[in-house]
Design a protein around this ligand. Structure first.
Ligand SMILES: C[S@@+](CC[C@H](N)C(=O)[O-])C[C@H]1O[C@@H](n2cnc3c(N)ncnc32)[C@H](O)[C@@H]1O
Length: 234
C-alpha cells in the first residue's frame, strides 16, 4: 500500500520517517554518501552549517574532516530529536527552522552544506538567500542531491512505515534554475553530474537501475567576496 504526502506535509512526513531514517537501506541516500566520500567537503578548520540536516547523518563526516564546529538546521522536530540525542559534543548544535521562510543565522559560517533537500522545496530563492546570509564572503557551500533528471523521471524520497510505502511529493528543479538561484544570491557556481557508473554501483548496488544516468547533482559554490579557504573547482 502506498501513501502519497502532499508538498505541505513534508515535515510531518519526516517526523514519521525519523525513527527509521538511519536504518532503512536507501540507495539514493547511500549514493550521496559515496559522492561525499569520493569528493570530500574540504571543510577542515571551518565552522559549518548544514541546512536540512535531518538526523545529523553528515555530522561524523564534517567533524571527521576536521571542521571546527557543526550547526544543523531542520524543520522536522522528529529528525532533530534523533539528532540532538545522538551527539554530545560541544562542537555540534542544532536549530529548528523552516527553510521555506527566510532564516537568519545567529552568526556567519565558513561553509554551508545542503544534502538531499532541494526536491522538498517548492522554491529555491529563499534557500539561496538564506545561504548567502549564513555564509561569509569568500565562504563555500556544497549542495549534493538526487539529480533533478531522476526526480523528473519519477524518483522521489520514500520510506516504509510498516506495510505502507510513504512517498513524498517532489519538485524537479531544473539544474539551470538551481544554479541561477545561487548565482543570483551572490555565489560563483561549479556543477558536476555524477553518473550511476561502475564505481558507484559497486559501492551502492541498489543504484544499478539508474546505470549510465545522472544520479547525483553536486554543486560547489563560493560566496563572492574575499578569497575562500581551499579550492572550489573539481
Ligand atoms: C532526505 S533528508 C536529508 C537529511 C540530511 N541532509 C542527510 O543528508 O541525511 C531531508 C531533510 O530536509 C528537511 N526539510 C525538508 N523540507 C524542509 C523545510 N521546508 N524546512 C526545513 N527542513 C526541511 C527534512 O525535515 C529532512 O530532515
Amino acid at each position: 500500500m502506498a501513501h502519497l504526502l502532499g508538498i505541505g506535509e513534508t515535515l510531518v512526513g519526516y517526523d514519521r520517517w525519523a525513527a527509521s531514517y538511519d536504518h532503512e537501506p536507501n540507495p539514493l541516500i547511500a549514493a550521496t554518501s559515496w559522492v561525499l566520500q569520493s569528493a570530500p567537503l574540504g571543510c577542515a578548520d571551518c565552522d559549518v552549517v548544514e541546512l536540512g540536516c535531518g538526523t545529523g547523518r553528515n555530522v561524523v563526516r564534517v567533524i571527521g574532516e576536521g571542521a571546527r564546529s557543526y550547526t544543523g538546521v531542520d524543520g522536522s522536530g522528529g529528525m532533530l530529536t534523533i539528532a540532538t540525542h545522538r551527539f554530545y559534543d560541544p562542537r555540534v548544535t542544532f536549530q529548528k527552522a523552516d527553510l521555506l521562510l527566510p532564516w537568519t543565522a545567529p552568526r556567519q559560517y565558513d561553509f554551508g552544506l545542503v544534502c538531499l533537500v532541494l526536491e522538498h522545496l517548492s522554491t529555491l530563492d529563499v534557500l539561496a538567500e538564506t545561504l548567502a546570509r549564513a555564509v561569509k564572503p569568500g565562504g563555500r557551500i556544497r549542495l549534493v542531491d538526487l539529480h533533478p533528471e531522476r526526480v523528473a523521471a519519477g524518483s522521489f524520497a520514500h520510506f516504509h512505515d510498516g506495510q505502507t510505502e510513504v512517498q513524498f511529493a517532489s519538485v524537479a528543479h531544473p539544474v539551470a534554475s538551481i544554479c541561477e538561484a545561487l548565482e543570483g544570491a551572490g555565489f560563483d557556481v561549479v556543477r558536476r553530474d555524477w553518473l550511476a557508473s561502475d564505481p558507484m554501483i559497486s559501492a551502492v548496488p541498489g543504484i544499478q537501475k539508474h546505470r549510465g544516468l545522472k544520479a547525483v547533482l553536486d554543486i560547489k559554490a563560493t560566496r563572492r567576496g574575499r578569497m575562500a579557504r581551499g579550492s572550489s573547482g573539481y
